[in-house]
Design a binder for this molecule. Structure first.
Ligand code: NAD
Length: 493
């Protein structure tokens, strides 16, 4: 493993560090601000306005007015599609800016958002642009009503005001997963990005403004979770909360949304398995398996950090992952050749190091990494353990670059171990046996399964988890269904 020199961010034009409410860039009602740090240097990048409950209220009222009776409520599906297509074009135009903002505020190597997150965000807008004029109900045959013919049909209507609450790890992409389907469906949005990384979301708002979105249709209220986020969840003018983040906060949101009977979509954490069967093509498996653990510093909900491997090939797989970890260049997110950046903040760094200690305490064998880098910034070495599935490093979400190799003796045991987790977001299966691939995919309890590959969610496919990984689906047709409600109209002829 190599480290690079001093971080050297390019000159990036930052978006206005303010709230975006009803088409205006404004300060918080009480003038409050919070600091955004560069995790690679621990230096301040910006001071951003921190939304108060009053600001959230203004944002929700603006969104409410547009969805109920405003200009947006009369914009046709094809015109909504045109705006979303323009947004996709503008995201592509500003690819370098958005990638640099993510590298700067999240600490990830700039090539990752450049080649993955930002193109995915543009694709998401383009995909949902295509849906905007294809949202329709059904005509359902029903028996006559007291001898009179009945025509029953449904209308898919916008669910209303969507409160979108997002994490810091993939700020443009995850905001796009929420904003694009909601706008395609005719909803309006109040977006609360995470305080660690609000700048990419603010830039996205600039682009949607430029794309022609009327004032008040998208509002962005950066701020603290327990203030701005809480106010959004409790607000009676919000019809749905679409949340991505930790299970702890997700539980709280579900309880509060239950009190006010709001719809909720929860995309929560993961502890995803990769099962490596003995017949897998090991050479092809190892680089992707390593990426599935370490990409984005392991700060990915679907990071496949439990490598459940046939005991007969355990040594080869473990050695391959150790070698891959050693080849990772940890360092300056803007330097060519860097393949892993900094963790988001000090408490995340402490959390990861705490799990390394927990692994050792629980009897796992440390094969690679495990230490903080001796330099400024929240850098940690890519880490590989050999362990068992009952250890804390295998049961709890670390959200850092730590993988555990867990041997199994027969295929049923592999599936049992893979399912033995509170989570169920995603899973990876490595095998050349077609029947085994289908059988295993069917028996894994998770929202998604990859066979012989791993990658980010595709905007055309439903995305979401089971068990502690969440409730509901976003993206694809499911993204339209999640942002609409189906009304029945009965006409007695
Ligand atoms: P987090 O739960 O701490 O915060 C997420 C968002 O919720 C932030 O905007 C935060 O400000 C807000 N928030 C915090 N407290 C709140 C409250 N009381 N009321 C309303 N909002 C509140 O999560 P994080 O640390 O930002 O992100 C990491 C977590 O996100 C991990 O568990 C990860 O697995 C999960 N995640 C899931 C997915 C997915 O698609 N399933 C994707 C990315 C991240």
């Amino acid at each position: 493993m190599a480290t690079t020199g001093v971080p050297s961010a390019p000159q990036i034009r930052l978006p206005p560090p303010r709230l975006f409410v009803d088409g205006e860039w404004c300060e918080a009602a009480d003038g409050g601000r919070f600091e955004v740090l560069n995790p690679a240097t621990e230096e301040r990048i910006a001071e951003v306005s921190a939304a108060t409950p009053d600001d959230v209220d203004r944002a929700v009222r603006a969104a409410r007015a547009q969805v109920d009776t405003g200009e947006w409520s009369r914009v046709s599906g094809s015109d909504r599609g045109r705006i979303l297509t323009r947004a996709a074009d503008l995201i592509e135009r500003d690819l370098e800016t958005l990638a640099a903002l993510e590298a700067l505020e999240v600490g990830k190597p700039v090539h990752e958002p450049r080649t993955s997150d930002i193109p995915n965000a543009a694709e998401t807008f383009r995909h949902f642009a295509g849906w905007a004029d294809k949202i329709h109900g059904r005509q359902i045959p029903v028996p006559d009503l007291r001898g009179r013919t009945r025509l029953s049909y449904t209308r898919r209507e916008p669910i209303g005001v969507v409160g979108a609450i997002t994490p810091w790890n993939a700020p443009t992409m995850i905001a796009s997963w929420k904003v694009a389907p909601a706008l395609a469906a005719g909803c309006t949005v109040v977006l609360k990005p995470a305080p660690d990384a609000p700048l990419a979301a603010l830039h996205l708002a600039l682009l949607l403004e430029e794309a022609g979105l009327p004032a008040g249709v998208l509002n962005v209220v950066p701020g603290w979770g327990n203030v701005a986020g809480d106010a959004l969840v409790r607000h009676p003018g919000v019809d749905k909360i679409s949340f991505t983040g930790s299970p702890e906060v997700g539980r709280r949101i579900a309880m509060l949304a239950g009190e006010s009977l709001k719809a909720v979509g929860l995309e929560l954490g993961g502890k995803s398995p990769q099962i490596v069967f003995a017949d897998a093509d090991i050479e092809a498996t190892l680089p992707i398996a390593a990426r599935a653990i370490f990409a984005n510093q392991g700060e990915i909900c679907a990071a496949a950090t439990r490598v459940i491997v046939d005991r007969r090939i355990k040594d080869d797989v473990a050695a391959g992952l150790v070698e891959a970890a050693r080849r990772i260049r940890v360092g300056d997110p803007f330097e060519d050749g860097t393949t892993m950046g900094a963790l988001i903040n000090e408490s995340q760094l402490e959390r990861v190091l705490g799990y390394v200690r927990a692994g050792l305490e629980d009897g796992a064998e440390l094969l690679a990494g495990g230490s903080r880098l001796d330099r400024r910034g929240y850098f940690v070495e890519p880490t590989v353990f050999l362990g068992t599935n009952d250890q804390r490093i295998a049961q709890e979400e670390i959200f850092g670059p730590v993988g555990t190799v867990i041997p199994f003796d027969d295929p049923d045991e592999a599936i049992r171990l893979a399912n033995d987790t509170p989570y169920g977001l995603s899973a990876v299966v490595w095998t050349r046996d077609l029947s085994r691939a289908h059988d295993t995919a069917a028996r894994l309890r998770s929202g998604a399964v990859w066979v012989n590959a791993a990658g980010p969610p595709d905007p055309r496919l439903p995305w979401g988890g089971v068990k502690t990984s969440g409730i509901g689906r976003e993206l694809g047709l499911a993204g339209i269904e999640a942002n609409t409600s189906e009304k029945v109209v009965n006409i007695v002829l």
